[in-house]
Every structure is written in structure tokens, then in C-alpha cells.
Design a protein around this ligand. Structure first.
Ligand SMILES: Cc1cc2nc3c(=O)[nH]c(=O)nc-3n(C[C@H](O)[C@H](O)[C@H](O)COP(=O)(O)O)c2cc1C
Length: 165
């Protein structure tokens, strides 16, 4: 049994996709939780804000969940050929606690998924590069879906199996 954390950058079709991954993980007797970064509504990261503790969000609960998870599935729509600001913003805030950040990222098995307006290839490439950079082990298979393409159930199953083995 593996503990999955599905992290979605937006609360619409990508949240639905994250929930699909969670239900497939549960059907295979894994633990799974969905975190919605848009719903967290974090303030925008700026260096100026980091200098005032009252303006810094407390991310200790999220950090612990990310450390405890055996694998993450990052689900995000493509925005202008890249990842949406909610994801980069959360990563910037999380990286301030750099010791825990390193611990939770290094060697973490990560799967990538998107529901985008178009094909979603650009956001998958952007996230692959970023998550590899922060030390995660990003699996090769990714789940791309959009208005004209349903998420492939076989891909979701294969990703869950790969990340839990
Ligand atoms: C600011 C913005 C930029 C976008 N840029 C792209 C893009 O570059 N490529 C693309 O395929 N879709 C783009 N889209 C469409 C979203 O990827 C698409 O609507 C997605 O399904 C939204 O996810 P959600 O339903 O979880 O909010 C963009 C949407 C917004 C709001």
C-alpha cells in the first residue's frame, strides 16, 4: 500500500482529474488525498513579504503531508505554455523551508497530469523540467487530457501502478 498525494493547481477540470487519480488509487487499496492549491489561496510570493512573518503562510501541514507521501501526482492546466501561477507560487513558498523542501523532494516519485485547453504538452514539459530540477524522480508516462481528449483510464492505472511499485 502506498500513500499518494494528488496536488492540483486549479479547482475545475484539473481537480476532477486529481479526484479520478485518487479514486483509482483507492480502488487499488492505496491511501490518497487531494490538495487543491487554488483553494489554499496563498498570497503571492515576494521577497518583501518573506521579511514580514505576519504575511507568510504557514505551510507546515502541507509540508508534512508532502514528506509523508510515498508519491505525488501533480495535476495542472497549461497557462500560456507553462504551469499556472498557483503551482509556482506554492513551490516558491515551500522552498523557503529549504531543509524540509530538500527532504521531501529528493527522490520523490512524481507523476504529471493535465487537463488543458489544448494538448497540454507544454505544461507537462515545464513541470517535468521543474520537478526534475528540485530532485524528484518524475516518471516518463504522463496523463494529457483536454476539451477534445478524455484522460485515458489505462494511463491513470499504469501511472498509479508505476508510482506504487
Ligand atoms: C490565463 C490562462 C492561460 C491559458 N493558457 C493556455 C495554454 O497556453 N494552453 C492551453 O492548452 N490552454 C490554456 N488555457 C486553458 C486552460 O488550460 C484550460 O481551460 C484548463 O482546463 C483550465 O483548468 P481548470 O478547469 O482546472 O481551471 C489557459 C487558461 C487561462 C485561464
Amino acid at each position: 500500500m502506498a500513500r499518494f498525494l494528488m496536488i492540483t493547481a486549479t479547482s475545475g477540470t484539473n481537480l476532477e482529474l486529481a479526484e479520478k487519480f485518487a479514486s483509482v488509487a483507492c480502488s487499488k487499496n492505496h491511501d490518497s488525498e487531494v490538495i487543491d492549491l487554488a483553494e489554499m489561496d496563498l498570497p503571492m510570493f515576494t521577497v518583501a513579504r518573506t521579511k514580514n512573518p505576519d504575511e507568510c503562510p504557514d505551510l507546515s501541514v502541507l509540508t508534512q503531508k508532502m514528506i509523508d507521501a510515498d508519491a505525488w501526482i501533480i495535476v495542472a492546466p497549461e497557462y500560456n505554455g507553462a504551469a499556472p501561477p498557483t503551482l509556482n507560487n506554492a513551490i516558491a513558498w515551500l522552498s523557503r523551508d529549504w531543509k524540509n523542501f530538500r527532504t521531501m523532494c529528493t527522490g520523490k516519485p512524481v507523476g504529471l497530469a493535465t487537463h488543458s485547453g489544448g494538448g497540454g504538452q507544454h505544461v507537462i514539459m515545464a513541470m517535468r523540467s521543474q520537478f526534475a530540477f528540485i530532485g524528484a524522480d518524475v516518471i516518463g508516462r504522463a496523463c494529457l487530457s483536454g476539451k477534445n481528449k478524455e484522460a485515458n483510464p489505462e494511463t491513470i492505472e499504469a501511472m498509479i501502478d508505476n508510482l506504487s511499485s
